[in-house]
Design a protein around this ligand. Structure first.
Ligand code: GH3
Ligand code: MG
Ligand code: MG
Length: 513
């Protein structure tokens, strides 16, 4: 434990001791009330500062978790200040349906949000982006429930009986949800995270226990500010401080669970929350036993909640759509690319050759520039490539393939396309070419592959040659449609075989006589 943490806990314990001493030695009255209220407020302030300090030291989602928990203490502290104002400044009993009650409810909301963030899980960037609207929907819905069930009886149609009943019920439900959520996190995590969740569970449990006991005491009219019930509450706050100090060790611990499907369960719960709203709308309209003012209020806030959650659905839809577009573009590019060499593959050929052939035939029909209108196919095969694999291994062979592809593309024009035709065989499609000069590119390719040694492994190099067979489409310049591009490709393949049988490291071209 760090020195600063010790100091925090030390001062918190001192405040608690003051409170104990006050409870033991002072009679109920203004003095005791003031000491107890102010000691509680200072404790809450210490908690707020300790949690902010943790947030400042943490990164990423863990930082958000600490900030949310700190926000919860800010609500508690504000509520406590309200008590001080009534108890010490006004010296009046707390009014029924105290406006500050909402702060006690709101104090639970950031805790719920912090648990939904599940800091022990390492989600993907995408699941966070898609999870955020769901997360906001759930939070909105929870606050909406408070307005629907509790708040309206406080401001729209005052009924202290219904207000207190609904407040207590929702408060207990919130506690149960928080404890259940912590239980689930405890179950799913391990190591320091599990210890953290366990301590948080214990602290929350003790805290709520002290609140419930205090409420019972208030109902039984045995409570007064500064009584032993307040000491129990203060003790639970010291426990929280100890958790904050202990959890500092978590800050350098990375999330332990990888979760690709981070958003799935969040999405499910948010969907249920959104779907509940139309049901709430119908319920509000048909519920006959509540005053019309409450009915109107409920209809308005439910409609507003529908608008707000639907807006979040749109946000999510938009995010999903743009992500789909982005992923589709990546997949489309991948489907026409050879993963090893990064050049185009055979699928690209079958997708584009139709357009190339049509453009070439159009050129021939238009009788425009007679020189540069051919489509020339060059099939390039590395000579004795098997030896590379046999002598240096498959990885070395792969590196040679990548380098040969790079060298071929370095001698092509921008309008030519290089594709991996098969194993160690490449195809160059040269557009707007002139068959009378076609052999020049073939010679450039031979030269580029042969000229310098190829790096194989570290300092090891080897030299390799290749053979080229080429043919131009259309086969008959006078009758362009007489032969399809498939046959011309076959002729290029035959030319390649001729180049191999004639001794390799040479180019053979096919043109009709
Ligand atoms: P030739 O001069 O007659 O073309 O002889 P060759 O050894 O190059 O010819 P062959 O076509 O018989 O062998 C090609 C070899 O290329 C066989 C195969 O193991 C290898 N090969 C095919 N694809 C790959 C690949 O992606 N990586 C590696 N490393 N080798 C490959
Ligand atoms: Mg070969
Ligand atoms: Mg081959």
């Amino acid at each position: 434990m760090q020195v600063t943490s010790k100091r925090w806990i030390g001062s918190a314990a001192a405040l608690t001791l003051i409170q104990i001493a006050a409870s033991a030695f002072l009679r109920p009255g203004l003095e005791l009330t003031a000491v107890s209220d102010i000691a509680s407020a200072l404790l809450l302030l210490a908690l707020l500062l300790a949690f902010i300090a943790n947030a400042r030291a943490a990164r990423g989602r863990l930082r958000s978790v600490w900030m949310l928990l700190a926000l919860s203490w800010a609500f508690w502290l504000t509520d406590q200040c309200g008590w001080i104002v009534y108890d010490v400044v006004f010296r009046k009993p707390m009014p029924d349906m105290f406006p500050g009650d909402i702060l006690l409810f709101l104090a639970g909301v950031p805790v719920l949000a912090a648990l939904l963030l599940r800091p022990h899980v390492d989600p993907t960037e995408r699941s966070v982006r898609f999870g955020m609207p769901d997360f906001l929907q759930l939070m909105l819905w929870w606050i909406y429930l408070y307005l629907f069930l509790v708040n309206c009886w406080q401001y729209v149609w005052r009924s202290s009986a219904v207000y207190n009943r609904n407040f207590d019920r929702l408060y207990v439900v919130q506690i149960l949800i928080l404890l259940t959520a912590l239980g689930v996190l405890l179950y799913q995590s391990s190591g320091p995270w599990r210890r953290f969740y366990f301590l948080l569970f214990a602290a929350l449990f003790l805290n709520y226990l002290s609140v419930i006991v205090e409420n019972r005491a208030i109902e039984a009219r045995v409570y007064y500010t500064g009584s032993w019930y307040d000491v129990a509450f203060a003790a639970s706050l010291v426990f929280f401080l100890a958790v904050a100090a202990h959890a500092r060790e978590l800050i350098p611990v990375p999330a332990t669970v990888k979760d690709e499907r981070y958003g799935t369960w969040l999405f499910g719960s948010a969907a249920v929350a959104v779907l509940s709203l139309p049901a709430m709308l119908i319920y509000s309209a048909l519920e006959g036993s509540v005053p019309p003012a409450i009915v109107r209020f409920r209809l308005v806030i439910t409609s507003a909640a529908i608008v707000a959650t639907t807006a979040l659905v749109f946000v999510k839809q938009h995010r999903l759509y743009s992500d789909l577009k982005r992923v589709n573009a990546i997949l489309a590019e991948a489907s026409i690319t050879d993963p090893l060499t990064g050049i185009r593959n055979r699928r690209f050929f079958s997708e584009t050759i139709g357009a190339d052939v049509a453009a070439t035939l159009r050129e021939f029909r238009s009788e425009a520039d007679r020189c540069a209108r051919d489509l020339v196919f060059y099939l390039i095969d590395i000579d004795n490539f098997k030896e590379v694999n046999d002598q240096y291994g498959h990885d070395a062979g792969d590196r040679v393939l990548v380098e040969v592809a790079r060298r071929i593309s370095s001698v092509m024009r921008a309008s030519d396309v290089l594709l991996r035709w098969g194993g160690e065989e490449f195809l160059v499609i040269s557009r707007f070419a002139d068959r009378r000069q076609a052999n020049a590119l073939a010679l450039r390719v031979l030269e580029a592959v042969r000229e310098k040694p190829l790096a194989v492994d570290g300092a090891v190099t080897l030299t390799r040659t290749c053979s080229v067979g080429w043919a131009a489409f259309p086969w008959h310049e006078g009758d362009p449609s007489s032969m399809g591009h498939e046959e011309v490709l076959k002729l290029a393949d035959e030319a390649l075989i001729q180049a191999k049988t004639a001794g390799k490291d040479r180019a053979v071209g096919m043109i009709p006589y």
